[in-house]
Design a protein around this ligand. Structure first.
Ligand code: ATP
Ligand code: MG
Length: 348
C-alpha cells in the first residue's frame, strides 16, 4: 500500500485512514484473487492500518448459488483469508450477510445512484452478456451494494484488482452525490488502491479475459487449493505464442499471454517485470513455464495446506466470523443511524 494510506487526501481530512475490501464466495479462490487482493490485504494489515475484510455473500447470490456450495465457499474463503496472513484479531473478518447495515445502506444508495451511471458498469455487461434481460436485478444493483460495503465503515482505501476500479469510482460518485444532496460531508471519498505487478491476472486460456472464479473452465485459472501436479499441468497447457521471451517490457506489447505469465512471475517473486525479463529474456516458454510452476507451487502450497487444516474445524471458522461481524457492527450501526437521520427517516 502507498504512503497515501497514512496520509489521506484532502477530501478525506478528518476521516481516520481505514481499509475495506471484499471477496465473493462465488467459487474457488484463484491466483488472481491472491495477487490482486489477498496478498496485498496481508501487506496492508502489517502496516498497521485498521483493516476490514468481508466475504461478500450477498454479492455472490446476484447469480444463483447452490446453498450448500455457498455455505462451504464462504467458510473456505474465510480459511483462504486466514491462511494468506489475515489475522482475525488484528483485522476485522466477517461475512456480509451477518451485518444487515450493508443492505440497509445499499437501499439508500439505490436511491442516490442514477440509472445512467449503472448502465456504464462494464462488470454488469460482462456478466450479464447477451442475456441482460434475464440477469437479476441484484446483479445490476451490485455496485450500489459495494458502495455501501465500503462507506458503511467510512473506509478511505480500497485495495482491489484493476477490474474493480470502476466500481470504486462509482462509490466516490455516490458519496459525493449523497453529500451534495443532503448538504453534508458525512461520507469520505474512498481511494482505489491498485498496485503490484499483477493487478489483472488473465485467464490461462485466453489472454484477453481476466482470471475469474465464475469462469466455467477450470483450466483457465490456478485455484489456491490446486495441488502441485495440477498447477504444473495448467501452466504447461497455458496458451502462449511461439516466440522466445523478450529482454524488456516493451517486447511484451501485443503478446497478452506472454505478458500475463511474466506478470505472474514478477508478482509471485515480489520482483518486477524488468527483473524477470532480465533473467529469462531470450528463453523459450518450455524453459520458463517449469520455473513459473515451481514458484507458484512454492508460494501457494503452504497456503492451501493451511486452508485444508482450517477447514477441518468449520465451527471455529463460524465463531471467528461471528466475532468479526459483532466488531463490524460496532462501526456500522452508528453510521446507518446517522445516515437515516440525515435522510429524514424517523427512528429512536
Ligand atoms: P467472480 O467471477 O465471481 O466475479 P472473481 O474471481 O472476479 O469472482 P471477486 O470476488 O469478484 O473475484 O473479486 C475479489 C477481489 O479479487 C477483487 O479485489 C478483485 O478486483 C480481485 N480480482 C478478481 N479477479 C482478479 C484477477 N484476475 N486479477 C487480479 N485481481 C482480481
Ligand atoms: Mg469479480
Amino acid at each position: 500500500m502507498t504512503e497515501g494510506v497514512q496520509t489521506p487526501p484532502a477530501a478525506n481530512a478528518g476521516f481516520t485512514p481505514r481499509v475495506f475490501s471484499g471477496i465473493q464466495p462465488s467459487g474457488q479462490l484463484h491466483l488472481g484473487n491472491y495477487l490482486g487482493a489477498l496478498k496485498r490485504f496481508a501487506d496492508a494489515q502489517e502496516r498497521g492500518v485498521q483493516s476490514i475484510y468481508c466475504m461478500v455473500d450477498l454479492h455472490a447470490i446476484t447469480v444463483w448459488q447452490d446453498p450448500a456450495d455457498l455455505r462451504n465457499a464462504t467458510r473456505e474463503l474465510a480459511a483462504g483469508f486466514i491462511a494468506s496472513g489475515i489475522d482475525p484479531e488484528k483485522s476485522i473478518l466477517f461475512n456480509q450477510s451477518q451485518v444487515p447495515e450493508h443492505a440497509q445502506l445499499a437501499w439508500i444508495f439505490n436511491c442516490v445512484a442514477r440509472l445512467g451511471w449503472m448502465n456504464r458498469m462494464t462488470q454488469f455487461k460482462d456478466k450479464a452478456g447477451k442475456n441482460a434481460e434475464k440477469a437479476s436485478l441484484g446483479l445490476y444493483a451490485y455496485p450500489a451494494l459495494m458502495a455501501a460495503d465500503i462507506l458503511i465503515y467510512h473506509a478511505t482505501h480500497v485495495p482491489v484488482g484493476e477490474d474493480q476500479k470502476q466500481h470504486v469510482e462509482l462509490t466516490r460518485d455516490i458519496a459525493a452525490k449523497f453529500n451534495h444532496d443532503y448538504g453534508t460531508d458525512f461520507f469520505p471519498m474512498p481511494e482505489p488502491v491498485i498496485e503490484g505487478a499483477a493487478t489483472r491476472v488473465m485467464s490461462l486460456r485466453d489472454g484477453s479475459k481476466k482470471m475469474s472464479k465464475s469462469d466455467p473452465s477450470d483450466a483457465s485459472r490456478i485455484n489456491m487449493t490446486d495441488d502441485a501436479d495440477t498447477i504444473a499441468a495448467k501452466i504447461r497447457k497455458a496458451k502462449t505464442d511461439p516466440d522466445a521471451l523478450p529482454s524488456d517490457a516493451k517486447g511484451l506489447d501485443g503478446r497478452p499471454e506472454a505478458r500475463n505469465l511474466v506478470n505472474i512471475y514478477a508478482a509471485l517473486s515480489d520482483s518486477t517485470v524488468d527483473a524477470v525479463l532480465h533473467e529469462f529474456g531470450g528463453q523459450q516458454f518450455s524453459a520458463f513455464k517449469p520455473k513459473l510452476s515451481e514458484l507458484a507451487v512454492d508460494r501457494l502450497a503452504p497456503i492451501s495446506t493451511e486452508m485444508a487444516h482450517l477447514m477441518q474445524h468449520t465451527d471455529e471458522i463460524d465463531a471467528i466470523l461471528g466475532r468479526g461481524a459483532a466488531r463490524a457492527r460496532e462501526i456500522a450501526t452508528p453510521v446507518i443511524k446517522q445516515t437515516y437521520e440525515i435522510v429524514g427517516l424517523v427512528g429512536s
